[in-house]
Design a protein around this ligand. Structure first.
Ligand code: FMN
Length: 165
């Protein structure tokens, strides 16, 4: 199964999980990059990003050359911002038609309630169910003890799905 891991990361946690997962699965990676730079320090870090997330802003993202349609399976990775997906991920999902039903997602967050984040991903992909929904918490302090088990779970989530080729 040809798998693409699409992710956005401001501070590196989502990127770290995406790269670990790509190594385990032999999957391709597509990093979503925002043209507008979101602040990483000070009060504006939460104000600017949090406001964009709250108002469902879709910032311009850099063009990419990956052909998403050629993949049998997609894993979407996002940090949780203001209880939902990061705005650059919203831009990607708004602009990219995902036709495969084999879609999984993971979220990196400080807290532990990613339900709305996965709900928003399903709405934007227009899919009833994700093959897997996995959340990682507190990675900035290395506090999630289950990173290996959770990345293994994601890496195997498409194993029972047979594709025509
Ligand atoms: C603008 C902003 C808003 C955030 N909002 C939340 C939130 O609502 N809930 C939460 O658990 N974590 C929140 N966080 C923390 C991030 O989700 C967490 O640090 C995540 O691991 C960052 O991923 P990254 O390193 O890939 O950017 C927020 C971080 C930022 C920058």
């Amino acid at each position: 199964m040809k798998t693409l891991i699409v992710y956005y990361s401001l501070e590196g946690s989502t990127k770290m999980i995406a790269e670990k997962l790509a190594g385990k699965m032999g999957a391709d990676l597509l990093e979503i990059r925002s043209v507008k730079e979101y602040p990483v320090k000070g009060p504006s870090k939460f104000l600017v990003g949090g406001k964009d997330a709250a108002f469902n802003v879709c910032p311009e993202i850099e063009k990419f050359s990956v052909n998403v349609k050629k993949y049998d399976a997609i894993i979407i990775g996002t940090p949780v911002w203001n209880g939902t997906i990061a705005p650059p991920v919203r831009s990607f999902l708004r602009d990219t038609l995902i036709k495969t039903p084999n879609v999984a997602a993971f979220a990196c967050m400080a807290g532990k309630d990613p339900k709305r984040t996965f709900k928003v991903i399903k709405e934007l992909v227009v899919i009833d169910k994700l093959v897997a929904e996995v959340s990682f918490y507190g990675l900035e302090n290395r506090s999630d003890p289950d990173v290996e088990a959770k990345t293994d779970q994601l890496a195997c989530c498409f194993d029972s799905i047979v594709t025509e080729s």
